[in-house]
Design a protein around this ligand. Structure first.
Ligand code: SF4
Length: 275
């Protein structure tokens, strides 16, 4: 039987009958691409929007936030690995898109966020919720690693109002080998989404392998391709998942990175997870 190609993310997995892709949650079932986590959030909470983090979109509001399991990248430092690096989930309660939107309205949340794990991989579910949410005047938010396919990146602006994209490194090899992503795809998607009018904020988790040289390059990219006013969250890292050793990002390192970012005239730089 012929393979089908999943076009949700830039891995473009080719799936034989019964086979799941790298994310572990999209599968070829009888010749149809099926998102197995559709309707089964692994986490569902009401969060301050600043926790996404988004600081320049609906500030001081709460957002109904949901994620499933699985991810299309394999970051060894993942801070949400318990849900992102598994494909096991409970089918105890099916949450229809109607039910999710009803919850957001009931709790007076002006937005719904697709977050916690990579929303690209549960896009069929997120899209159905977002469509209904829009009809009820709610905004839609993605928190993403930016490794969606070109096709999905073109589609997102029709549904999503704001996105926070991780730029995890500026080292192409590291992105490919250690994270199983692609730096150029992430940068291009951020550029396209900004151009198409989606509100974009960037996050960089300051893992030990990120150095001042890379911070210079990310700052330059933000300045030249996204604009000086683009919010950039420099977030402190703590050892997690496969990287158990090493230290939390120090205050000194974060402040050094902040100073570099400022030297590019970036106007909205924020330090996160600072103790
Ligand atoms: S979402 Fe990405 S990783 Fe998952 S099956 Fe589709 S192309 Fe593969």
């Amino acid at each position: 039987m012929s393979k089908i190609t999943c076009k949700l993310c830039a891995h473009y997995c080719q799936l034989r009958e019964g086979q799941s892709g790298i994310c572990g949650v999209n599968e070829n079932q009888n010749g149809t691409l099926t998102c197995k986590v559709y309707g089964y959030p692994s986490a569902l909470h009401i969060d301050p929007i600043e926790k996404k983090p988004l600081y320049h979109f609906l500030p001081h509001t709460y957002t109904l936030s949901l994620g499933t399991v699985g991810c299309n990248m394999k970051c060894p430092f993942c801070q949400n690995w318990q849900i992102s690096q598994t494909n096991e989930f409970s089918k105890e309660h099916f949450y229809s898109p109607q039910e999710i939107v009803k919850l957001a309205l009931h709790h007076k949340c002006p937005s719904i966020s697709y977050t916690y794990n990579e929303p690209t991989i549960f896009w069929p579910y997120a899209k159905d919720i977002a469509t209904l949410a829009k009809e009820h005047g709610l905004k839609n938010i993605m928190v993403s690693n930016g490794f969606m396919s070109k096709e999905l990146c073109e589609e997102i602006p029709r549904y999503i109002d704001a996105i926070n994209i991780d730029i995890k490194s500026y080292d192409e090899n590291y992105y490919k080998k250690a994270l199983k992503g692609d730096l150029h795809v992430v940068l291009e998607n951020a550029r396209v989404l900004k151009q198409k009018g989606v509100h974009v904020e960037i996050t960089t988790l300051c893992i030990p392998s990120i150095d001042a040289k890379q911070i210079h390059k990310i700052a330059q990219f933000i300045k030249e391709d996204l604009g000086e006013d683009t919010p950039w969250h420099l977030s402190a890292y703590h050892p997690d998942f496969k990287i158990k050793e090493g230290e939390n990002t120090s205050r000194e390192t974060l402040h050094q990175f902040f100073t570099i970012a400022k030297s590019y005239n970036l106007q909205n730089i924020y330090l996160g997870n600072v103790k």
